[in-house]
Design a protein around this ligand. Sequence first.
Ligand code: FFO
Ligand code: GTP
Ligand code: MG
Length: 458
Amino acid sequence: MTITTGKTIVAIATAVVPQQGSIGIVRLSGEEAVNIARNLFDAPGKQLWESHRLLYGYIRHPDTKELVDEALLLLMLAPRSFTREDVVEFHCHGGIIPVQEVLKLCLEQGARLAQPGEFTLRAFLNGRIDLTQAESIAELVGAQSQAASVVALAGLQGKLAHPIRQLRATCLDILAEVEARIDFEEDLPPLNEDLIRQQLKDVLQQVKDILATANQGELLRNGIKVAIVGRPNVGKSSLLNAWSKCDRAIVTDLPGTTRDVIESSLVAGGIPIQVLDTAGIRDTFDTVEKIGVERSQKAAQSADLVLLTVDAEAGWTEEDQKIYLQVKHRPLILVINKVDLASPETIIYPQEIQQIVTTSAANQEGIDLLETAILASVQTGETTAANLELAINQRQAAALTQAKQSLEQVQETIKANLPLDFWTIDLRGAIQALGEITGEEVTESVLDRIFSRFCIGK
Ligand SMILES: Nc1nc2c(c(=O)[nH]1)N(C=O)[C@@H](CNc1ccc(C(=O)N[C@@H](CCC(=O)O)C(=O)O)cc1)CN2
Ligand SMILES: Nc1nc2c(ncn2[C@@H]2O[C@H](COP(=O)(O)OP(=O)(O)OP(=O)(O)O)[C@@H](O)[C@H]2O)c(=O)[nH]1
Ligand SMILES: [Mg+2]
């Protein structure tokens, strides 16, 4: 995308698939937005075309005056708009036909179809929001859980931008102090090295604290994949059904019921979880079952976490041991199922297994504990309560890691008593990295990468 502002862009702002809302919005932004709206919208009576007013009227074909829709028109004139340009919204009837018709008319009037994220990009380029806020908007729209939306909303409020800007400002202050000593050494009091050391230490600690939220960010945004594996008939499909609270997988008392990997999605603790129920693993001559077993093994290797499921009544069998050896190098929870039939204490399993949960899938028992154990095993302890609203994404984490390394390098340079010029090199590195997060220092290709992930109309 070539990045420009001003030229009028248009897009359908509301969902086009799969379900139609009762209202559909077409949004224009740019110099010609108001002219285009005037050509298409007929507001009867004495309605004023002023900013932040809603006009009532008819959208008509500009040449034939044929009626296209009865609608509301919202005007937000520069700079008091989301993009800081003139913005006009047609609030049409929902369904795909009215909005597509209006979109077509706007294009015929000279507007250009907006690229994905282009409205938000303009809001960024025109200084209304910074890059972390722009990313938060995309995250809010794509949030799959309440927790993810809380984090996105906090980001939109500047919860990340604010501390990052402060850290960068401190680094800039230090840089100014140091550079002044390089340029006008004789006219200034000596550098307060103790103060600078302390400032660097504080900045570095904060950088580390924010970096520690990356794991939580990764979990909230991308979620995890959990594979239920084990011998046939131990209750894997029953476990999936009990956990996802629906009859997703077929359950019978016949070993070998599940033939293929069955996927189900749920959200636990704000984290989207993809659960894979797999075919029971055993030696078999059945061609179809054999393929199923191979898929089970693949699923176990690709999952973030394996639930090795065994039958309390049958105990730890030779087959269980074989399967265990295949998955023991993976993050793993041992699920002892069917505890309604036999006491789990009698089972002798490998001592090195750290996490054990007992369940009765048939009776919906132990599922909550299983969920808690799963969440505990993927969450790192570093995410403190104070930081719950902060959960940085991979791009931000990469830049922060860069900032951390640069700051550590400055500390080394000071320790080694190297000349002041050396200090400034890595200070600039840290300032650059922090600036990339908020977008104060950012290249067009980075912007391209960020905004192309948005949907059209955002
Ligand atoms: N119909 C509609 N609903 C929407 C949006 C929109 O663009 N259109 N939004 C789009 O994402 C979100 C709301 N976000 C918005 C953020 C800022 C401004 C805005 O006009 N800000 C100006 C003026 C504020 C004022 O006059 O006080 C500014 O900050 O300069 C509008 C919407 C969600 N709902
Ligand atoms: N008593 C009892 N029976 C259970 C429990 N969980 C599952 N079962 C029963 O065990 C049998 C097998 O359950 P499934 O969930 O189909 O087992 P599976 O591990 O998916 O089996 P395959 O798909 O063949 O690998 C069914 O008859 C279930 O009703 C449990 O906790 N207690
Ligand atoms: Mg099954």
